[in-house]
Design a protein around this ligand. Structure first.
Ligand SMILES: O=C(O)[C@H](O)[C@@H](O)[C@H](O)[C@H](O)COP(=O)(O)O
Length: 256
């Protein structure tokens, strides 16, 4: 069963998220000497920056052991305002203190922006090169996926009732009709997310309340976020603020 932990604000979510990430980092590095992370866009990079850039935090993160992938990405140039890579760079990477060892960040290959299927296939190949060659595995195992939740219950670029929810083969899929703009994107698929060691969602604000009710009270409706909860159970933790989770009928831990 997924865990919900509720805090008063993003500022109080940040230290808790930092401790959680630090634990995941330790487990991963003890296990295989690196920390393989997949990140979403939306509001997540800003909360992540709050969690990781704080003076004490930033020095405990072993940045050069981090390998950062995108849980989903929009088919735009890396310096475009819609780029998730661009967002992460602006919110977090560019703000790392001078001299910080750099993480290995794996963006999309922008040579293929005109062909979203090829863009997805290329990212799939990047994952194969990275994971399969090292670990001889059938699916990439992210040590941690840090995800957001859309107001319709989507996560990554997996939208409610979309055919992509039934994808079983590809690790990375193309989507050309995303209801959230821009329409052309690539996304990790459910089987890859379900293979992750840990998943953390971050959802804040009263605007998320209605959808969190549906996700947690009616998992049988199969919203993408519910599917992740069901697939990973106790490996999923939701970091939320009180307004997002108010009135949701599901056990949770509340903190300041
Ligand atoms: O690139 C994207 O569009 C995101 O990866 C998307 O899945 C996002 O995480 C959710 O829409 C939540 O976004 P917010 O956190 O901004 O609500």
């Amino acid at each position: 069963m997924a865990t919900i932990v509720s805090y008063s604000s993003k500022e109080t979510i940040a230290p808790a998220l930092f401790s959680y990430i630090l634990d995941c980092q330790k487990t991963a590095i003890d296990r295989h000497g690196r920390f393989q992370v997949a990140l979403s866009g939306g509001s997540l990079p800003a909360v992540l920056a709050l969690a990781l850039l704080e003076e004490d935090a930033v020095t405990q993160i072993l940045w050069d052991k981090w390998e950062i992938f995108f849980a989903d990405e929009r088919a735009v140039p890396l310096d475009h305002e819609d780029s998730n890579y661009g967002l992460l760079k602006k919110e977090l990477l560019d703000k790392l203190p001078e001299g910080t060892p750099q993480p290995n960040v794996v963006p999309i290959n922008v040579e293929y922006l005109d062909d979203v299927q090829e863009l997805a296939d290329q990212y799939n190949d990047a994952l194969i090169n990275h994971f399969a060659k090292r670990d001889s595995i059938l699916k990439p195992t992210f040590d941690l996926l840090l995800l957001g939740c859309g107001p319709d219950g989507h996560t990554c670029s997996l939208f409610p009732n979309h055919a992509l929810l039934r994808e079983t083969d590809a690790w990375v899929a193309a989507i050309e009709d995303s209801p959230k703009p821009p329409p052309k994107r690539i996304t990790l698929t459910l089987p890859v997310i379900a293979h992750g060691v840990k998943v953390a969602f971050v959802a804040t604000g009263a605007g998320k309340q209605e959808i969190l009710k549906k996700i947690f009270e009616n998992p049988e409706d199969g919203l993408p976020c519910s599917l992740v909860n069901t697939a990973l159970g106790e490996r999923v933790t939701w970091f939320v603020d009180h307004p997002a989770v108010e009135g949701v009928n599901y056990p949770r831990r509340s903190s300041l």
